[in-house]
Design a protein around this ligand. Structure first.
Ligand code: FES
Length: 68
C-alpha cells in the first residue's frame, strides 16, 4: 500500500483526545492547511488546549470526561 493510499483511522481516547493515525492533511475550518509532522496526531476534544487543534494534555488537569 502506498503512503498516499494509507488508511486513516480516528480513535477516541477515553477521557482525552481523538487519535488520528495516517492523516496526510489537516485543515482549519477556513480550509487553510495545518502542518502535520507526525504520523499520529492527537486532536483536542475537551476544548481547553492552548495548541488547538492539537491536544496539549490539559484535559487531564481539567478532569475532562467522555461518555462511555
Ligand atoms: S483533549 Fe487534550 S487538551 Fe483537550
Amino acid at each position: 500500500m502506498s503512503a498516499s493510499a494509507e488508511r486513516v483511522t480516528i480513535t477516541p481516547y477515553p477521557d482525552g483526545p481523538l487519535l488520528v493515525r495516517g492523516a496526510a492533511e489537516l485543515q482549519t475550518e477556513g480550509g487553510e492547511p495545518i502542518e502535520v509532522t507526525r504520523r499520529t496526531v492527537a486532536l483536542c476534544r475537551c476544548g481547553l488546549s492552548t495548541i488547538k487543534p492539537f491536544c496539549d494534555g490539559t484535559h487531564k488537569a481539567s478532569g475532562f470526561r467522555t461518555d462511555v
